[in-house]
Design a protein around this ligand. Structure first.
Ligand code: AQP
Length: 334
């Protein structure tokens, strides 16, 4: 039976890329009636420094973001990673399955560690093994993510295959990435070659889920573009990364294909298209941000949702971890 798992880091600034690349799909899959398990991955966030008070706030705010986007904690299992210790327990086993060479090929580590990789945390290097454990401790079959997570999901498959092969048992499923929609890679509003990211120093580079209507409109007005009008077909966006990005965002927010958007808006100048995009973005994002701030007024409700979610998550994860320990030869597993 299919089971969906995915996670988002509570590292602040939940943005439009997280929404279109991940959250929006999470909600669709939940509403298709598939079993869905969604996680705030706080243990991933601390692979780079996080102020403790800010991490606590960001974790609760992310939970509010999930709910405000349409995740129903009755339909989906919604929880915080560190409240389910089976993730880190399985991650240790996977640290012993994954090879150094596999991890060294991970482009996200290279990007995030930068030139001074010797000074990166060991956790940042081992991150994809914990991610594999997040997924496989639920025997999840499908993982909706943005384009940037593709390589980590291939590593998850490699770890599952090597475990199954080494222990001679068909135990972990080979997970399918689900990378779908018009905006699987939302780019920075300031630079069409960089992905929209939580950690970009320029706030103008992203639409935060907590931005108010005026801020959204201003950021879109100032978004980098080229001087040409919109083409009437997608191939006219080749070599126009900023134009392509705004069209993709429009299409994803409007639930239309890129072709349909260009059929309608081909020939328009950005001076005309940007206000249309701003209006659509405000229409779709404002209710989410309003609901997030409402939920954040009383965090005890959020904390109780997370505690209940953790209980339900552990009920699935604990037997799978126990069986893994047994397969690997640990004594005293009951
Ligand atoms: N720009 C993006 N376009 C589409 N999808 C994106 N995702 C992230 N950025 C984009 C997807 O959002 C989910 C959660 O991401 P994450 O917070 O776990 O990891 P991240 O990729 O590290 O997020 P950021 O925003 O880029 O943070 P920093 O700046 O810290 O690197 C994932 O499914 C991801 O694909």
């Amino acid at each position: 039976t299919p089971r969906v798992f995915s996670g988002i880091q509570p590292s602040g600034n939940l943005h439009l890329g997280n929404y279109l690349g991940a959250l929006k799909r999470f909600v669709e899959m939940q509403n298709e009636g598939i079993e869905t398990v969604y996680c705030m991955v706080d243990l991933h966030a601390i692979t780079v420094w996080q102020d403790p008070e800010e991490l606590r706030r960001a974790t609760r705010e992310l939970c509010a973001g999930f709910i405000a986007s349409g995740i129903d904690p009755k339909k989906s299992i919604l929880f915080n990673q560190s409240q389910v210790p089976e993730h880190t327990q399985l991650a240790w086993i996977f640290n012993c399955v994954a090879r150094m060479g596999w991890m060294q090929r991970m482009t996200q580590f290279k990007d995030k560690a930068g030139k001074n990789a010797q000074n990166a945390s060991l956790g940042l290097f081992a991150y994809p093994a914990l991610m594999a454990a997040d997924i496989l401790v639920y025997h999840a079959t499908h993982v909706p993510v943005g384009e940037d997570q593709k390589q980590h999901l291939e590593l998850t498959r490699d770890i599952a295959m090597k475990f199954n092969h080494d222990y001679g048992i068909d135990f972990f499923p080979i997970t399918e990435p689900v990378i779908e929609g018009a905006a699987t890679r939302v780019m920075s509003l300031r630079d069409g070659a960089k992905k929209m990211s939580k950690s970009d120093a320029s706030d103008a580079s992203r639409l935060n889920m907590t931005d108010d209507a005026d801020t959204i409109a201003r950021k879109i007005r100032k978004a980098k573009t080229d001087p040409d009008a919109l083409p009437s077909e997608p191939k006219g966006l080749d070599d126009r990364p900023e134009a392509r990005n705004l069209v993709n965002i429009y299409a994803a927010l409007a639930d239309q294909s890129v072709e349909a958007v260009l059929r309608e808006s081909g020939g328009r100048q950005f001076s005309e298209f940007k206000p249309m995009l701003a209006e659509l973005a405000v229409e779709k994002l404002s209710p989410i941000s309003a609901e997030m701030s409402r939920l954040m007024q009383d965090t005890s409700e959020i904390d109780s949702i997370l505690a209940q979610g953790a209980g339900r998550a552990r009920a699935i994860a604990a037997p799978i971890l126990r069986r893994t320990y047994e397969i690997a030869g640990m004594v005293g597993v009951t």
